[in-house]
Design a protein around this ligand. Structure first.
Ligand SMILES: O=C(O)C(=O)C[C@]1(C(=O)O)C=C[C@@H](O)C=C1
Length: 366
C-alpha cells in the first residue's frame, strides 16, 4: 500500500496515545481524590444527613464540558464520558442506589444509566408506585419513572403517584426512543403471526405495523423487556423493544427504528427525598388542586403570563377528593429560589385550594 508523505507513523501516534493515557489516568485519579475530599467536607458539615449526590453541581459540570468542547468529539459524546467519570467519583464518595421501573432491559433502565452513569447501583421494580414506595421508605436513594412520551402523552400512573407522595423531583432525563422489531434465532421472518410489546410501544409503531405486518396479532405486554423475553423461545412471534432488551435477550433486529415519528422521545423524572438548589437553568413542577369553579384554569395561568414565566407543560387529572374537582400538574422554567418566580407562586397559591411544589431541578443536560 502506498502511503501519502503526510501520514504519521503508526507506532509514533500510538506512543503519543500511551503518553496521553498515562496523563488522563493520573488526572482522573487526582479528580477522584478531590471527590473524596468533598465527601469528607460533606460529612464534617452535615454528619448523618450528608447528601453526596448533587444534581445541580453535576448539571453545571456537564454544561461546562459541553460549552468548552472544541471537538472532534461531539458535545454529547464528551459529556457522556464526563458523566461516567462523575458517576465513578460519586460511587467512591458513597455508592448510591437507584430504583427504576423494570424489568431489566426497559427504556427506564436506559434512562437511569444515562442519568446516573454505570457506577450507580440500579434495582428494577415492577410498578411505578413500588418505585415511589422504595424511595419513601429509604430502601433506595433515588427512583426513575417515565412521565411523558412525545407521541403517547403523559404517563398518568406517575402523575397520580405524586398525589399521595411527599417525594421531590430532583432531575429529569430525556431519552430518544428507538423501537426495533426483534426475533429469536429460530423465528422465520415470513412466519410472524404475533407481535408483542407494551401498549405504548405498539401505538408508537402503529403505522409501520399496518404497512408491514397488517395480519399479525398485536399483543400488549407489561413491558417491552417482557415482550423480548417471551419471543426468545417462540418461533412464530416477534417483539417490539429497544436496544437494551435486544442485547439482554440476544435477539436479532429484523427492522430498526420502526417508530412512526422520527423524534420519538420519553421524558423521565428522578425522584428523591431532598430539595435541589438552583443550577442556573432549572425547571419547577407544581401540583395544584382547584375547586370546580368557572375560571379556575385561568386563575392558574394568569400569574405566569403576568410575570413572564415560561410554562412548559400543564396536565389535569381528576382529584381523588371528590367528583369534578381537578388537580393540575404544571411545569415552568425557573427555580423556586429565584426572586422572579416567588410572586407567581404566591399568587397561584392564593387562588388554589392547595398547591404543592413537587420540585425545582436542573433542566436535562444530556
Ligand atoms: O461537587 C460535589 O459535591 C461532588 O460530590 C463531586 C461530584 C463530581 O464528581 O464532580 C460527584 C458527585 C456529585 O453528585 C457532584 C459532583
Amino acid at each position: 500500500m502506498t502511503q501519502g508523505k503526510s501520514l504519521p507513523d503508526l507506532a509514533d501516534v500510538r506512543k503519543e496515545i500511551d503518553q496521553i493515557d498515562q496523563q488522563l489516568h493520573q488526572l482522573i485519579n487526582q479528580r477522584a481524590k478531590c471527590a473524596q475530599q468533598v465527601a469528607q467536607v460533606k460529612v464534617a458539615e452535615d454528619g448523618k444527613d450528608a447528601v453526596f449526590y448533587r444534581p445541580e453541581r453535576e448539571a453545571q459540570v456537564l454544561r461546562a464540558v459541553m460549552e468548552r468542547n472544541q471537538g472532534p468529539l461531539s458535545n454529547e459524546e464528551i459529556a457522556r464520558l464526563f458523566r461516567e467519570i462523575m458517576s465513578a467519583c460519586l460511587a467512591l464518595e458513597r455508592p448510591i442506589k437507584v430504583a427504576y421501573l423494570g424489568p431489566e432491559g426497559t427504556f427506564t433502565q436506559q434512562a437511569t444509566l444515562k442519568h446516573f452513569g454505570h457506577s450507580a447501583i440500579s434495582v428494577p421494580f415492577a410498578a411505578i408506585d413500588e418505585v415511589f414506595r422504595e424511595v419513601e421508605a429509604g430502601a433506595v436513594d433515588y427512583g426513575v419513572v417515565p412521565i411523558e412520551n412525545s407521541t403517547e402523552g403523559v404517563i398518568s400512573h406517575t402523575l397520580d403517584s405524586f398525589m399521595d407522595s411527599g417525594l421531590q423531583i430532583s432531575g429529569e432525563v430525556v431519552l430518544r426512543i428507538h423501537q426495533h422489531l426483534l426475533l429469536g434465532e429460530n423465528t422465520r421472518p415470513d412466519k410472524i403471526s404475533t407481535i408483542y410489546s407494551h401498549t405504548s410501544s405498539l401505538a408508537q409503531c402503529r403505522k409501520w405495523l399496518d404497512a408491514h405486518y397488517p395480519g399479525a396479532e398485536r399483543v400488549a405486554m407489561p413491558s417491552n423487556a417482557e415482550a423480548a423475553r417471551k419471543v426468545k423461545s417462540e418461533w412464530h412471534s416477534a417483539a417490539i423493544a429497544g436496544d437494551m432488551a435486544a442485547d439482554l435477550y440476544g435477539l436479532k433486529r429484523l427492522a430498526e427504528n420502526i417508530e412512526d415519528t422520527p423524534d420519538n422521545s420519553t421524558r423521565f423524572l428522578i425522584i428523591g427525598r431532598e430539595t435541589v438548589p438552583a443550577s442556573g437553568d432549572d425547571k419547577t413542577s407544581l401540583m395544584i388542586s382547584m375547586r370546580n369553579l368557572p375560571g379556575a384554569l385561568h386563575q392558574i395561568l394568569e400569574p405566569f403570563n403576568k410575570h413572564k414565566i415560561d410554562l412548559t407543560r400543564i396536565e389535569s387529572r381528576p382529584s381523588r377528593s371528590g367528583a369534578w374537582n381537578y388537580v393540575f400538574f404544571v411545569d415552568f422554567n425557573g427555580h423556586i429560589d429565584e426572586a422572579r418566580v416567588q410572586p407567581v407562586l404566591k399568587e397561584v397559591g392564593e387562588n388554589a385550594a392547595d398547591m404543592k411544589v413537587l420540585g425545582s431541578y436542573p433542566q436535562g443536560v444530556l
